[in-house]
Write a protein that binds this ligand. Structure first.
Ligand SMILES: [Ca+2]
Length: 258
């Protein structure tokens, strides 16, 4: 399911690139590639930039969200500049490729910038370039917060065709000691909550839907951890088995139809 979402997202991104007339669209069928080197939200603050419409020493704050396993399935970029030109301004993403996001953003002064964000050091830092009025300026900076660490496991990992409950166990903590908020959801199903356990572990019960078609299906459970600034998400899989073949070897699964 994660790959389906990823593929759908890339299709949408490529379409946006075509509609906007910008070249270099993410194109291609490399749905397996993790183009953004993290899953969740990170906020970066850059060194001062001058030029391309920025006056004085301006710092840039860029908040980037990669929600590959969420229903929105999109990359979101929000930019604020210390000179007020951008104030929590959303960027229109026009193309995405490995460790690179391209887009267009309009400032409060009406100026339009082409923006390129390049991830370095496995996403610990970014280079962000603004092109406007024939000038280009690049700022570099690191994440201003370390996101929580997060791991998750699920049991059981397989269910009969009618679905059922599974237990999701999560280990999460924040390097700076911030309280970590957890959320869980079954893709195509329901959200669920976690209860704290001893030793920093958390447990939640997820209701996994049956396959409804008679065919085996792999369900994705997404867990997200937030420290109030950044977030991180991971997913685990549960296989819902195919419905049993009816006596006599018929080809129709015993799934009620209206
Ligand atoms: Ca943190």
């Amino acid at each position: 399911m994660r790959h389906l979402n990823r593929s759908a997202r890339l299709t949408a991104v490529a379409l946006a690139a075509c509609l906007s007339g910008c070249g270099g669209g993410g194109g291609g069928g490399s749905a397996e590639v993790d183009y953004v080197p993290f899953n969740g939200t990170r906020t970066y603050e850059t060194s001062p930039v001058n030029g391309a419409g920025f006056t004085g020493d301006t710092t840039i704050t860029a908040t980037i969200t990669d929600s590959r396993a969420a229903s929105a399935g999109d990359v979101l970029v929000v930019i604020t500049s210390s000179d007020g030109r951008f104030n929590r301004t959303g960027m229109t993403v026009t193309a995405i490729s490995a460790n690179r996001i391209d887009g267009v953003i309009t400032g409060t002064d009406g100026s339009v910038c082409e923006v390129t964000i390049i991830f370095v050091d496995s996403g610990a830092r970014i280079q962000i370039t603004f092109r406007s009025a024939g000038q280009a300026v690049t700022g570099t900076g690191g994440s201003v917060n370390t996101p929580p660490s997060l791991s998750a496991s699920v049991a059981p990992t397989s269910l009969s065709f009618i679905g059922g409950e599974v237990t999701v166990t999560v280990i999460a903590s924040d390097p700076e000691g911030s309280a970590v908020q957890l959320g869980g959801a079954v893709v195509g199903g329901q959200a669920f909550t976690f209860t704290a356990q001893q030793a920093g572990g958390f447990v939640g019960t997820a209701l996994v839907p049956g396959n409804g078609t008679g065919q085996a299906v792999e369900r994705t459970i997404t867990v997200t951890a937030s420290d109030g600034t950044d977030s991180l998400s991971v997913s685990v899989k549960v296989t819902v088995a195919a419905a049993p073949v009816p006596p006599g070897g018929g080809t129709e699964p015993p799934v009620p139809s209206i």
